[in-house]
Design a protein around this ligand. Sequence first.
Ligand SMILES: Nc1ncnc2c1ncn2[C@@H]1O[C@H](COP(=O)(O)OP(=O)(O)O)[C@@H](O)[C@H]1O
Ligand SMILES: Cc1cn([C@H]2C[C@H](O)[C@@H](COP(=O)(O)OP(=O)(O)O)O2)c(=O)[nH]c1=O
Length: 203
Amino acid sequence: MTRRFITFEGIDGAGKSTHIEALAERLRQRGGEVVMTREPGGTALAEKLRELVLHAPMDALTEALLVFAARRDHLQQVIAPALARGATVLCDRFTDATFAYQGAGRGFDTGVLGALETWVQQGLQPDLTIWFDLPAETAAERRAAARTPDRFEQLDTAFFNRVRSGYATRFEQSPERFARIDASLPREQVWAQVVDHLERRGW
Ligand SMILES: Nc1ncnc2c1ncn2[C@@H]1O[C@H](COP(=O)(O)OP(=O)(O)O)[C@@H](O)[C@H]1O
Ligand SMILES: Cc1cn([C@H]2C[C@H](O)[C@@H](COP(=O)(O)OP(=O)(O)O)O2)c(=O)[nH]c1=O
């Protein structure tokens, strides 16, 4: 039984949501339970915290504490039990998003984020993180065509350039955990890269 914890990352509008459902379907066809979830969120409590994080004004430390509080509940109630029974967990965002958004984007102390990561996760890390990487300008064009912005999506290109460099730093720190995808390409070519990374792992 292979334990698989797969997370999806990238700046808003990168195209994550477009591919998660298709990936879940592909893994289900190969047999086994697939749990799809997201952060902040994934439990009743964490979804309430998500509402606050996405819509209520607050400082960066409050934001970091709320996303980690949501993560703790989500890990205990959903992720850890699913992995323990051998399910594959697909999670739309996880701790790399905190380093990218609260750390690099808001400028909050990454040393403190690292301490919170240790406390909350007790060593648990994703087995694979699919990082949809693309220029901030391209993502902004996609978002503008698609939806009403939340607190983060209203931020400017400079903010999303910092978030992108925050992801690049996490990638450089643990390259073996990451699959970096060129998300600026058309959908089919993005999907082909996702499949290629899974096949390389025999998944
Ligand atoms: N490769 C792509 N090329 C062009 N547009 C895309 C591509 N992938 C997704 N989109 C569109 O861009 C918008 C944002 O995609 P979405 O999957 O919601 O991004 P995310 O979940 O990363 O914020 C959607 O309207 C989606 O249809
Ligand atoms: C998990 C996480 C998300 N976020 C932000 C990034 C996103 O802007 C927002 C919600 O992410 P997401 O679910 O990707 O939003 P959408 O489905 O609208 O694309 O929360 C953080 O700032 N820190 C975190 O730790």
